[in-house]
Ligand binder design. Structure first.
Ligand SMILES: Nc1ncnc2c1ncn2[C@@H]1O[C@H](COP(=O)(O)OP(=O)(O)OP(=O)(O)O)[C@@H](O)[C@H]1O
Ligand SMILES: [Mg+2]
Length: 371
């Protein structure tokens, strides 16, 4: 409301997000009308949001496979929190579907039309992180040749997904905390703060309670992030979901490989069900993809799953009637493929876990005809 109404100030106010504009003296009837319109708009916005949520729900329920008790609980929490703006903290071992859950919450929420911006906190070098997060102004540091918006402002009216949050440096933890409290960001090199409207979802595969106890994670930031908590169960604790997940990935890779693999032989499925899956659902997906890559056609058989049960293969062979000792080369191949599956095909990581050079891995893969 202003005593000096001008077109310029009206335009300015609307640009800044005002719904309407009143000039003095205040006429109560005018205010009443205006408020009625505002209320109606808010109501309609809520309606649109809940309809969109209901549509989205069907999508995600199909995508997030698994009906084991702990997964049902996860899905319940997801659909409850989606319609709020509360921060969510997702915890779970590697490959349990943390990013999938974050994306589902976003898609079910009123922010679905806005951006979903995943950020891996451990992948960005420490000295770049602040400007990546909050932007910078031109000339803020050498190399800052123009203004940059930063991920937070890029996620305006959407969701930012802070993955591997436990890896955030102490300095950035303080800055992030301030942003969450004030909901505004100040670009590096600027004195002006900009309001942001973002929902924050964070994830970690580490035990945050422990990182707080050892002082590497701030407790106050933890309280801010941990308003709602989703704990994703490891796959080995919900083996009953394995057949449904297998079918889900069969559909996915049939599409990608343009094949029509119908299913899995019972012994192959039994082997999968007895496996420990240190890499969780991602590892299961890799196993299926590898079976396709190895040429599975009608059905996936035990022979298409060489990465399973490395330890049991040699001992079973030793005990076999023929009395054959396994060839060292076969055991080695098994181990290498298994390590690659576990490290999502990251040859460097697999090599270092096996204590061999990356060149050796490449040489072996070439020998196996897999390069
Ligand atoms: N319940 C599930 N239903 C269907 N697919 C799933 C499920 N959980 C995980 N996946 C699939 O497994 C893979 C890994 O999931 P995602 O990337 O979300 O795991 P993550 O917990 O973020 O892992 P990391 O900690 O290693 O980053 C993805 O391809 C995802 O689609
Ligand atoms: Mg992830």
């Amino acid at each position: 409301m202003t005593g000096y109404p001008t077109i310029a100030s009206a335009v300015e106010a609307l640009k800044e997000g005002a719904y309407d504009y009143l000039s003095k003296p205040l006429i109560l009837d005018e205010l009443r009308h205006l408020m009625a319109r505002v209320t109606e708009k808010r109501f309609l916005k809520g309606e649109v949001q809940s309809l969109r949520a209901r549509l989205g729900e069907e999508l995600t329920v199909n995508e997030l496979v698994g009906n084991a008790q702990p997964m049902q609980r996860v899905k319940e929490i997801i659909s409850k929190v989606a319609t709020t703006d509360s921060p969510v903290l997702i915890e779970g071992e590697s490959g349990t579907g943390k990013e999938l859950v974050a994306a589902a919450i976003h898609r079910l929420s009123g922010r679905a039309k806005g951006p979903f911006i995943p950020v891996n906190c451990s992948a960005i070098p420490e000295d770049l992180l602040e400007s990546e997060f909050f932007g910078h102004v031109r000339g803020a540091f050498s190399g800052a040749v123009s203004d940059a918006l930063g991920l937070f402002r890029g996620a305006h009216e959407g969701t930012i997904f802070l993955d591997e949050i436990a890896e955030l440096s102490p300095g950035l933890q303080v800055k992030l905390l301030r942003v969450l409290q004030e909901m505004q960001v100040r670009p590096v090199g600027s004195t002006k703060a900009h309001p942001v409207d973002v929902r924050v979802i964070a994830a970690t595969n580490r035990d945050l309670d422990r990182t707080i106890a050892d002082g590497s994670f701030r407790q106050d930031l933890y309280y801010r992030l941990n308003v709602v908590r989703v704990s994703l169960p490891p796959l080995r604790t919900r083996r009953e979901d394995i057949p449904a997940l297998v079918n889900h990935f069969l559909r996915r890779y049939n599409r990608r490989f343009r094949r029509d693999v119908k299913g899995m032989t019972p012994d192959a499925l039994a082997a999968l069900s007895g496996y420990d899956f240190p890499g969780n659902v991602r590892e299961l997906e890799n196993v299926i993809e590898r079976a396709f890559a190895m040429g599975a056609r009608e059905q996936i058989t035990l022979a298409d799953l060489p990465v399973l049960g490395t330890a049991s293969v040699p001992s079973a062979t030793i005990a076999s009637p023929s009395g054959n000792v396994p060839r060292l080369a076969d055991v080695e191949k098994d181990l290498i493929l298994r390590a690659l599956a576990f490290y999502k095909d990251d040859k460097e990581a697999a090599a270092s876990a096996l204590g061999i050079s990356r060149r050796t891995i490449y040489r072996r893969l070439k020998e196996y005809g897999m390069l």
